[in-house]
Design a protein around this ligand. Structure first.
Ligand SMILES: [Zn+2]
Ligand SMILES: [Zn+2]
Length: 360
């Protein structure tokens, strides 16, 4: 089967290869991939500059959904034909502090499918029985009214849900500021709306693209501030009457954003940092102490994020469809990656359905 393989950790060491369909044992499942989402992390893996450890050669693709196509003879909980989505956990130890307390994503030995072990930019993915024995909730049934494509991009909205709902202490009626209008920023805006936030202020660069700016407004942004054109602090003071905001979500990442975040968060407030910047931080952090600001490093999601987002999706209370800007075939992966690089795409779905594809 055709698979997008990252064969080395350096830049552009990524290529399509013919790989064997995984063989499954008595406790394992085989998933036929129906849809997979391209994530900003995939671009960073291709660029060779993502901090995640890559077990090369590895099939990329950590956002995917599909159908159970084969089950081992000991498997009782899943059957052929089940529509499923994986939270991309491929392996956890089951014994460490994190696993024992149910925080499987924090397991030091965790391997994520799509970087630590083979993922979904291909036709079939194996789900190991020892994983499901330790954490049966690493795989979820997709509700009947939810498409494979929507299910394939649950990973980023679950990330946003955890950042806004579970990691910040925002309350309904409070103002929030989101830096960045990539997928994680846009999903954070949606979640902030669901949470009943007051002003949802978005800080972005004017060149972020009209589509993203329109989506930000559609999802509930009350104000969009262009940081390359406007005075961020003055604008936030104007909107909040000088109160500043209790919670900042940094879905952009650059170190400069951390400095800006500190300038608009109120005393005792919180900055939840989602975005990466591998350069060393170049400023004094004394303001954190003077102002009593908490910076929380965000990572991933957990069972609660997945369960609640799936429920909201089933009830039609979150919108994933309008986040999908393009469909492509796997063979056109490079065009897809380039569209993400140029910020022309929001979420791209890799599909087998040729008729849907807008990039050929
Ligand atoms: Zn991702
Ligand atoms: Zn563990």
């Amino acid at each position: 089967m055709l698979a997008l393989v990252k064969y080395g950790t350096g830049p552009r060491e990524t290529e399509l290869r013919d790989v064997p369909v995984p063989e499954i044992g008595a406790d394992d499942l085989l998933i036929e991939v129906k849809a997979a989402g391209i994530c900003g992390s995939d671009i960073a893996y291709d660029n060779g500059d993502h901090p995640h450890h890559l077990n090369c050669p590895v099939v990329l693709g950590h956002e995917f959904s599909g159908v159970v196509s084969q089950v081992g003879e000991n498997v009782k909980d899943w059957k052929v034909g089940d529509r499923v989505v994986s939270d991309n956990t491929g392996y956890v130890c089951g014994k460490c502090h994190a696993c024992t307390t149910g925080q499987y994503l924090m397991c030091p030995e965790r391997l994520g499918m799509g970087y630590g072990m083979d993922g979904g930019f291909t036709d079939y993915v194996k789900i190991r029985g020892d994983l499901l024995e330790r954490n049966p909730n690493a795989l979820f049934h997709i509700p009947d009214n939810v498409s494979f494509e929507e299910a394939a991009i649950l990973d980023p909205i679950c990330n946003a849900y955890k950042a806004v709902v579970q990691e910040s202490s925002i309350l309904p009626g409070e103002d929030i500021l989101v830096f960045g209008i990539g997928p994680l920023g846009l999903f954070s805006i949606q979640v902030a709306s669901l949470m009943g936030c007051g002003n949802i202020i978005v800080a972005a660069r004017e060149g972020s693209g009209q589509t993203r700016i329109e989506l930000a407004k559609k999802y509930g942004a009350t104000h969009v501030i262009f940081t390359d054109k406007q005075d961020l602090v003055a604008e936030v003071d104007k909107i909040t009457g000088g109160d500043k905001v209790p919670v900042v979500i940094d879905a952009a990442g650059a170190n400069a954003v951390m400095r800006q975040a500190i300038s608009v968060v109120r005393k005792g407030g919180e900055i939840i940092k989602i975005g990466f910047d591998k350069k060393p931080y170049d400023c004094s952090l004394d303001d954190l102490l003077d102002l009593g600001i908490t910076v929380k490093g965000h990572f991933g999601y957990d069972y609660v994020s997945w369960k609640n987002i799936l429920h909201l999706l089933e009830m039609g209370k979150v919108d994933l469809k309008s986040m999908i800007s393009h469909h492509i075939l796997l063979k056109d992966w490079q065009k897809g990656f380039d569209l993400v690089r140029k910020k022309e795409a929001i979420k791209i779905i890799i599909t087998k359905d040729e008729e849907k594809c807008s990039v050929l």
